[in-house]
Design a protein around this ligand. Sequence first.
Ligand SMILES: [Cu+2]
Length: 104
Amino acid sequence: MKKIIFPLLVASLSSAALANDYLVDQKDKAFSKKSLKIKVGDTVEFRNSDPFFHNVFSLSDVKSFDLGSYAQGSSKKVVFDKPGKVEVECSIHPQMQMVIEVEK
Ligand SMILES: [Cu+2]
């Protein structure tokens, strides 16, 4: 069994080591970054530091998602698996907008 499991473990560890994690905070009804450049395979964690709900979403072709509304102290993660531009918004606060550029 060990001979089969070991190479799989090494492969998953090495691909995880190449990908980066980024944190985007939500505070005072704003994203902590207006724009962010990441690479394919990277993860962005959207944290809510406001004492009210946010609902982060994107309708972009590159990555569309809807994280639902979540409270202060919570965070949700999104993995970006395709290159391109992703416009990120909050459905509760339309003035909250940011752009994530996913590079190959
Ligand atoms: Cu919001």
